[in-house]
Design a protein around this ligand. Sequence first.
Ligand code: ZN
Length: 137
Amino acid sequence: MANVTPGCYDAAAVVTVRMLFGWDPGTDCPTRYDRASLGQCPNDDQTAAAQNRPCWAQPCTNPGPMIADHQPPLSLVWAMGGCLYPDLFYQWAHHPDSTPLSHCQAHSNAQGLDIANNFSGDPAASAQNFLMAMAII
Ligand SMILES: [Zn+2]
């Protein structure tokens, strides 16, 4: 089982998304995650709000600009049922509540690497591995 890296995944946000999309482990995604389909995301409002918060991967003293951090990360939300409701996923991804935290560039990159190393590939398997690593299932 993969271990989760501190400062990458907010457990409360994971629970919220599970309730929002109602994904059941083992449910396959009909389509793969396509980042480009979201357009500019985080959008201007999400990015502006992110500048008022420190990087949440503490301790961190890196300067901004800060990056609005989707929690849970977009590809994992897609895998945890966003793929079943693409319109709702799009709305969620652009809503300010989906980016409650901020990352500096370095920690944003580290999060992306963590996802690529541990929770990429088949969406259903990635979602299940992620939730098990978070001790949520
Ligand atoms: Zn940082």
